[in-house]
Design a protein around this ligand. Structure first.
Ligand code: HPA
Ligand code: ZN
Length: 319
């Protein structure tokens, strides 16, 4: 039996497996520039975050209808359940879909067809987190939040993703303030490729409650102390870090040092269709490469519930 766990850093668009991409392409009459799934898989060689994002945005072209988003989410939830996930807080990137002519409604209603039945179908509770693309403008983020207003009963929080360097958190101060005013929870990717200062800024300027990735905090001992003191969770994604070359090899991953420092670390899959594994695969990979003990594995699973946005009673039920 896999350890019961929560997944807190998962981009739903990053769960698009090559087989489903081709199935949706055929269903929607979308031409993909790859002959078959093998050829597509061969394109999964990334130099850095941007080289991954290029393919990630390209493949989204196959997602056209509510049913496509429902099928995508349902496939993820089935896989996640098999890996011990009892609760998933799921990112989605509406701007990437709206730019292709879709509406916020198509995306949210589609995802909800799967999420709304996930507890009965898969035994997985869910929450939805709307991410802004940080390489788009601050005005575009504000428009996106406005477009989400009719769906806020289905959206728990906001996040910030896409190309990090050159797009500091402060760019999104206004939309984070507006979201806080609407009662939304706040997270942001920071310190994946960007400097430790982006982590500090996400906390101080955006008021985030969790940091996605946060790996580079280890370059700043004072920041580490603060993250420990304030019990700020970090949603780490070890296989992603190797594939996007944030670390050279898994054996070099700072996770053990981060746990030793007292940081509230969680392990997640990020974009599992692209990075070679779902969440339990990430747990097993760090255990094997870094020699984590059974107790450390349990600590990671416990942390995942603690760091979640579940209320206490929901958390008891999920575990
Ligand atoms: N980092 C930033 N943006 C992303 C990622 C990531 O790992 N995955 C999908 N969008
Ligand atoms: Zn991510």
């Amino acid at each position: 039996m896999p350890l019961p766990k929560a997944e807190l850093h998962l981009h739903i668009e990053g769960t698009l497996e090559p087989e489903l991409a081709f199935e949706l392409a055929a269903r929607n009459g979308v031409e993909l520039p790859y002959a078959d799934t093998d050829e597509l898989r061969k394109a999964y060689q990334f130099e850095d975050l941007q080289s991954f994002l290029n393919l990630y945005y390209e493949l989204m072209a196959v997602l056209r209808t509510e049913q496509d988003f429902a099928d995508l989410a349902d496939a993820y939830l089935a896989r996640a359940a098999a890996q011990g996930v009892r609760h998933a807080e799921i990112f989605f990137d509406p701007q990437a879909h709206i730019a292709r002519g879709l509406t916020m409604g198509t995306v949210v209603e589609g995802l909800w067809r799967a999420l709304g039945r996930s507890e009965e179908n898969h035994g997985v509770s869910t929450k939805l987190i709307l991410c802004f693309l940080r390489d788009e403008s601050a005005d575009s983020a504000l428009e996106t939040l406005e477009a989400a207003r009719p769906y806020l009963d289905r959206i728990t929080g906001i996040g910030l993703d896409s190309a990090e360097v050159g797009h500091p958190p402060v760019k999104f101060r206004e939309v984070y303030e507006a979201a806080a005013g609407l009662g939304l929870r706040r997270v942001a990717h920071a310190g994946e490729e960007g400097p430790p200062a982006y982590i500090t800024e996400a906390l101080d300027v955006l008021g985030v409650e969790r940091i996605d990735h946060g790996l580079r905090c280890m370059e700043d001992p004072e920041l580490v102390e603060r993250l420990v003191r304030e019990r700020i969770p970090l949603t780490l994604c070890p296989l992603s870090n190797v594939r996007l070359r944030a670390v050279d090899v898994l054996a070099d991953h700072p996770l053990p040092a981060m746990l030793d420092a007292g940081l509230l670390c969680t392990v997640n899959s990020d974009d599992p269709a692209y990075f070679g594994g779902y969440v339990a695969d990430n747990y097993h990979a760090v255990r094997d490469a870094l020699g984590l003990t059974r107790e450390q594995m349990r600590e990671l699973a416990r942390n995942s519930f603690r760091a979640s946005f579940l209320e206490d009673d929901e958390e008891r039920r999920a575990r």
